[in-house]
Design a protein around this ligand. Structure first.
Ligand code: ZN
Ligand code: ZN
Length: 391
């Protein structure tokens, strides 16, 4: 079998050049004209038929017949001025401080190598160069535009740089079983009371007082109804209502963020946030209207994938460097793919050249480029081995 670690090292300079090019473009959201043009041209130069997919996305498939594994790499930057002093730093007020330039370059490297070895593939590999990860809408945009069809995708693999924390050394890959990231939902609770003069409380119903009870009621939810082994979150982050200090407020609005550690917990919290809000409002003679807006689902690593993919990755980095972790991350919009096809999302150590306390979304962050060929090899090995074992 082809040694992808060696092959990736041979094209290391090209992967670094790709990374620095994308790094300099540092484009935002779904609007990535330079990045998309660059990625498309590179793919075409390898003989790959790359196509736009939705706003700011690029996709391509190689191989003939058989199952389809999707490899995801995102490409968008963040709206903050880069402060690294690097000679190839972005100068347009944006910054690749989440490492998506690394992702795009590693995936380009993988596309090049897999295309060179296309005849050895036991199925097909679909590439997903994704925009808008930071705005949590890019994956959904590509899915709406047919990403998972024609050919239909069987499984998917995503990877993110890891810097500054545990398991972030170059050469280390970490993964988690089951749920990896929280869901991120938004709840608006509008409390209706009855406005009255502050000197005649019996004439009204104080919506602010009811809202205050709801805030503390919602706090009981995590501390009294959820295991202390779990880290789901219910946070009232914004509250507003009332007209003047001497008037009982007729309405008061709470804006609440709910982060659940699993899909089951997400349903439970949704139900209880509504019951607590409505119940407390009723107890104090008011009403509460609960609008629950589903945001990002929690990222779920499918057992069909975590039972085999870490083994393929170990063939590249060594078993001792594939680490199972138990911590949750933030949110990740690869979730939109993982909700539809069995997927796995892992972290790739990319060192901490600027210091361990400078991590993602810090404009001083400097990723270690020696991780790039490892990432490219991991993408290749995962695709080739999964296809081999799932014909
Ligand atoms: Zn980010
Ligand atoms: Zn990111």
């Amino acid at each position: 079998m082809t040694d992808y670690r060696k092959e990736a090292l041979k094209i290391q300079d090209e992967i670094i050049a790709d990374r620095r090019a994308v790094h300099g473009f540092a484009e935002l959201g779904l609007d990535l004209p330079k990045t998309v043009a660059y990625v498309t041209e590179k793919l075409q130069s390898y003989g790959i038929d790359a196509k736009p997919c939705g706003k700011g996305g690029v996709t391509a498939t190689i191989g003939q017949g058989g199952k389809v594994i999707l490899l995801r790499g995102d490409m968008d930057a963040l709206p903050m001025a880069e402060d690294t002093g690097l000679p190839y730093a972005a100068t347009n007020g944006n910054c690749h401080s989440c490492g998506h330039d690394m992702h795009a370059a590693m995936l380009l490297g993988a596309a090049k190598l897999l295309k060179e070895h296309e005849s050895e593939l036991k199925g097909r590999v679909k590439f997903m160069f994704q925009p808008g990860e930071e705005i949590l809408g890019g994956a959904a945009e590509m899915i709406r535009n047919g990403l998972l069809e024609n050919p239909p995708v069987d499984v998917a693999f995503g990877m993110h740089t890891s810097t500054g924390g545990k398991h972030s050394d170059v050469g280390t890959i970490s993964y988690k079983k089951d749920y990896v990231t929280f869901s991120g939902d938004f709840v608006k609770v509008t409390v209706h009371g009855k406005q009255s003069h502050g000197a005649s409380p019996e004439m009204g119903v104080d919506a602010i007082s009811i809202a205050a009870h709801i805030v503390t009621g919602l706090e009981e939810l995590i501390s009294r109804e959820v295991s202390n082994q779990e880290r789901s979150i219910v946070l009232t982050g914004k509250i507003y209502g009332g007209d003047s200090c001497n008037t009982q407020a007729g309405t008061c609005v709470l804006e609440v963020s709910v982060r659940a550690a699993s899909a089951e917990r997400r349903d439970f919290l949704k139900k209880r946030v509504k019951e607590i809000s409505e119940g407390i409002a009723l107890a104090f003679r008011g009403t509460a209207e609960v609008e629950y807006v589903y945001g990002m689902a929690p990222m779920y690593n499918h057992p069909d994938m975590y039972n085999c993919v870490p083994g393929y990755i170990a063939e590249i980095v060594g078993e001792e460097n594939v680490v199972e972790v138990h911590e949750y991350g933030g949110t990740e919009d690869f979730t939109a793919v993982a909700e539809r096809v069995p997927s796995i999302y892992v972290n790739i150590g990319t060192g901490s050249i600027a210091g361990p306390d400078i991590t993602h979304h810090n404009p001083k962050i400097i990723f270690d480029e020696s991780a790039l060929p490892i990432g490219t090899a991991v993408y290749c090995q995962t695709a080739v081995r999964w296809l081999e074992e799932h014909q």
